[in-house]
Write a protein that binds this ligand. Structure first.
Ligand SMILES: *[C@@H]1O[C@H](CO)[C@@H](O)[C@H](O)[C@H]1NC(C)=O
Ligand SMILES: *[C@@H]1O[C@H](CO)[C@@H](O)[C@H](O)[C@H]1NC(C)=O
Ligand SMILES: *[C@@H]1O[C@H](CO)[C@@H](O)[C@H](O)[C@H]1NC(C)=O
Length: 350
């Protein structure tokens, strides 16, 4: 335990200072079994470190696919293989049980079963594990302290499944060991191996678009923010300093490169757009928020100035040059001899 805490401390010290510094300390695997009929099943699986997918489960042949170079943490290939075998065997046995007891448990084909399994580390002190099974999206059982417990919404079916599952004491002990030992050990080593990737900061790009909105004279303003990492972000439509309560956030969607994408909508009257801006706050920007103005109040003035200033300088230059030339022309040296000539002629005449 002490060893675990020391390792954890190292991980935590590598992080930041706010509670957002620990968003990745959850390891989850999610499996979905789709049972079409007694002989036809399809399964999917994925493994997640925080919000980052690091593993995929090959549905036919079994086995993990690593999605990051560090996805195995410091586990050897042998240890990874043992986990794969355990997962594959559990999957097959579970499927077998579901098919065999389908009529007893009143499961009608087609149906879907989801499993979630994982572990979580809390700021250096404790760890928690989770293992739960859902039936078509609603809770069925969870595994707590070596015992399967029925979910209240699972009804008598959940109690029947629990009774059966609790008879497999040896399997349950292996599950408990994996949850309490293997999972946190893997989580810590993956956090360490993937540190550079997990703690990277990628700045967002933001742009605005406007769309006519159904309803008379309404506009839908959209602030797009893309390519940021990590996931926590704040994006708001503002009127001066005032956050617009009508702002609506889309889901935060993944980009293919592991960064995130988000849109924030604001429905406004077409005449009420002046002074609106979109403000983006993200850890990668430090304190330099991105602020995009929909219709920057002085933007026309700035454009005019930007075009006029060089022109003005050019004209001033031209004027100076002309003026210089003019003063030169007023007293050209060629006039002097004539003047002198005239003066001398005058003097000779007198
Ligand atoms: C099971 O479902 C699959 C896919 O829908 C179908 O191709 C197959 O014929 C079905 N088998 C039986 C025994 O109904
Ligand atoms: C788990 O079991 C242990 C001893 O068997 C007990 O001390 C502990 O309180 C239990 N935890 C929960 C959450 O039930
Ligand atoms: C694997 O990583 C964990 C956590 O970072 C560490 O405690 C452990 O000593 C490492 N094991 C090996 C064999 O390097």
């Amino acid at each position: 335990m002490l060893f675990l805490q020391i390792s954890l401390l190292v991980v935590l010290l590598g992080g930041g200072d706010s509670e957002d510094a620990f968003p990745d300390q959850i390891l989850r695997a999610i499996g979905t079994l789709s049972l079409h009929n007694h002989s036809w099943t399809h399964s999917w699986g994925s493994g997640w470190l925080g919000e980052l997918q690091i593993k995929r489960w090959k549905s036919n042949s079994g086995g993990f696919v690593s999605l990051r170079p560090w996805s195995n943490g410091n586990f050897s290939n042998k240890e990874m293989k043992e986990i794969e075998v355990f997962v594959q065997r559990s999957h097959n046995e579970f499927l077998h049980l579901l098919h065999n007891h389908a009529s007893e448990w009143m499961l009608e084909y087609p149906f879907e079963v989801q499993c979630i399994v994982g572990c979580e580390l809390h700021s250096g002190e404790s760890q928690a594990s989770l293992l739960g099974i859902c039936l078509s999206g609603s809770g069925l059982l969870s595994f707590q302290n070596n015992t399967w417990v029925p979910s209240p919404e699972g009804g008598t079916r959940a109690q029947q499944v629990c009774r059966l599952f609790n008879q497999y004491t040896f399997t349950n002990q292996v599950i408990l060991r994996n949850l309490r030992d293997t999972c946190p050990r893997y989580l810590l080593s993956a956090l360490d191996a993937g540190k550079a990737d997990l703690q990277r900061q990628v700045k967002p790009e933001a742009w605005l678009s406007t769309h006519p909105n159904p309803g008379p004279d309404h506009l839908l303003l959209v602030c797009h923010v893309s390519g940021f990492y990590p996931k926590p972000i704040s994006v708001m439509w503002m009127q001066g300093e005032q956050a617009q309560q009508g702002s609506q956030l889309s889901d935060i969607l993944p980009n293919a490169d592991g960064t995130w994408y988000l849109r924030v909508f604001l429905d406004v009257e077409a005449t009420e757009t002046s002074g609106l801006s979109c403000q983006v706050t993200h850890s990668s920007l430090e304190d330099q928020d991105i602020i995009l103005y929909l219709d920057r109040p002085n933007s026309k003035g700035w454009i005019i100035l930007a075009v006029m200033l060089p022109l003005l300088l050019l004209l001033t230059g031209l004027a100076c040059w002309l003026k210089k030339c003019w003063t030169h022309c007023e007293s050209p040296p060629t006039l002097l001899p004539l003047e002198r000539f005239q003066r001398s002629r005058d003097s000779t005449h007198t």
